[in-house]
Design a protein around this ligand. Structure first.
Ligand code: URP
Ligand code: ZN
Ligand code: ZN
Length: 478
């Protein structure tokens, strides 16, 4: 077994920071030591196989991205990152675990789908991975199968109040699934938008001749997110199931979540970098020489990136500070402009929904530290520690302590990262939604279960290194 000592760095956790050396033995963290510690009277640096000098740098637990869609069949095509390319890009960006979504379309069997996703990921992943399960129609057999999946480590289920005819479940179906969640302890995840109203607004916009991407945002107003968020909170309240609202983008949806939390409910929310940094005006409505007014297709995702007018972006940052929103995932669901986003050239409603950011999340959120939006400790908490706790991985993931998996990032606050295709990103994507973003920091070294997967020479990991994470129930419930 290989031993590694990471010396001289500032170890940052969700609760504090301090100078320490980190000793890695095989796949696990063996000790967090005072800098320059001796072992049996001799210098530890001589006793180990490898020394990583982290002087002047931060040593943090590897990022946990709890919302990705590798090679997801969606919008008439497939998300362009495979488990192999997507997890490699994640590693480049300091993320060492993902939780991806197994897809169920109506009439499909969720256990068969789970098996299919296990086969897709096995042997392909550069980092560790777990699964949530999507429920589209809630068959009685699915309710029984939910218990089996929980025992297999799939302890969270996502349902939708949008995408009619694709994923949308009606309130009764959601209610039944939540009753099961209340019984077996699974986290119920909701995509909260009022799909019926959105369908009418889309139809009316198209009839009026509005086809450009900007209308994706204009036909999904914040009220549709607020209403659906309120509704699913009521269903959680009625059933007693824990609720996690995914990709929250509207200030008013946060208010619903905050009010439920103030009442003592186990209601949680995630946001994504796109809702913190991007806007309808500057991005969805953008024009370019290459794409004209189709430029905005790069930013089509749901919930949509929102108008600056109502201050949604500042409100989302604020919610991260106040813990009304607990964590940041990417909702990584990339589609290339050529041949994929292009499917919606004539109608914004046909643009495949999703953006790619799995490589950029740690950097984008670190910039929030530099800009004074969040503290260094909160950065670690919302990108690693809380996702691990929220989804039953804490102790192995999300923390630097003896016994934890040695998923570690050495982050250089004096380094610099230029994001985008110009900065040569590693996602299988022909554009970057983050083109031109400059980050005052850099992912220097990444370890996944004790193996260096990224260092100064670049990616040195391998497909198949990543293992399935059999998750427990959420460790975040009150
Ligand atoms: O636009 C998005 N979010 N695409 C991925 C599917 C989902 O709803 O999370
Ligand atoms: Zn969703
Ligand atoms: Zn998603």
């Amino acid at each position: 077994m290989t031993t590694t000592l990471i010396t001289g760095g500032t170890v940052v956790s969700a609760t504090g920071r301090g100078l320490a050396d980190v000793l890695v033995d095989g796949e696990k963290i063996a000790a967090v030591l005072e800098p320059g510690s001796q072992l049996l009277g001799s210098d530890l640096t001589r006793a180990v196989d490898t020394v990583i000098d982290a002087t002047g740098k931060y040593v943090i637990p590897g990022g946990v991205d709890a919302h990705t869609h590798m090679e997801m069949p969606f919008g008439g095509t497939f998300a362009s990152d495979t488990f192999e390319t997507g997890t490699r890009a994640a590693a480049w960006g300091g993320t060492t675990s993902i939780v991806d979504f197994v897809v169920q379309y109506p009439d499909q069997n969720i256990l068969d789908q789970h098996q299919l996703w296990q086969e897709k990921a096995a042997g392909a992943c550069a980092i560790d991975y777990g699964f949530h399960q999507i429920l589209s129609d809630v068959q009685s057999s699915s309710l029984t199968a939910m218990d089996e999946l929980v025992a297999e480590g799939v302890t969270s289920f996502k349902l939708f109040t949008a995408y009619k005819g694709v994923f949308l479940s009606d309130d009764g179906q959601i209610f039944r699934a939540f009753q099961k969640g209340a019984e077996n302890g699974a986290m119920m995840m909701m995509h909260a938008e009022n799909g019926s109203i959105i369908d009418v607004l889309q139809q009316q916009a198209l009839e009026a001749g509005h086809t450009s991407p900007e209308w994706h945002g204009l036909t999904r107003p914040w009220q549709t997110e607020e209403e659906a968020t309120h509704r699913v909170i009521s269903i959680a309240d009625l059933t007693g199931a824990p609720l996690y609202v995914v990709h929250v983008s509207a200030k008013q949806a946060v208010e619903q979540i905050a009010a439920a939390r103030d009442r003592g409910m186990n209601v949680f929310g995630e946001t994504c970098p796109q809702y913190l940094y991007l806007s309808l005006e500057e991005h969805l409505a953008a024009k370019s020489a290459e794409w004209g007014d189709f430029e905005g297709a790069k930013y089509v995702c749901s919930t949509p990136i929102r108008s600056r007018e109502h201050g949604h972006q500042d409100a989302m940052w604020q919610s991260l500070r106040t813990n009304d929103i607990q964590m940041v995932s990417t909702d990584h669901c990339p589609f290339c402009m050529k041949e994929q986003k292009e499917l919606g050239r004539d109608s914004f409603a046909k643009i495949p929904n999703g953006m790619g950011s799995v490589e950029n999340r740690m950097d984008l959120m670190y910039q929030g530290v530099v800009d004074g939006r969040i503290t260094l400790e909160r950065w670690v908490e919302i990108t690693s520690t809380t996702p691990a706790r929220m989804f039953g991985m804490y102790g192995r993931k999300g923390v630097i302590q003896p016994g934890a998996d040695a998923d570690i990032v050495v982050y250089d606050p004096k380094g610099h990262t230029s994001i985008g295709v110009g900065g040569a990103h590693h996602m299988n994507l022909d554009y970057s939604a983050w083109e031109g973003f400059e980050i005052d920091g850099h992912v220097d070294v990444v370890l996944s279960r004790g193996s260096v997967v990224v260092d100064e020479s670049g990616y040195v990991g391998r497909a198949g290194h990543g293992r399935y994470i059999k998750r427990g129930l959420s460790q975040y419930l009150s």
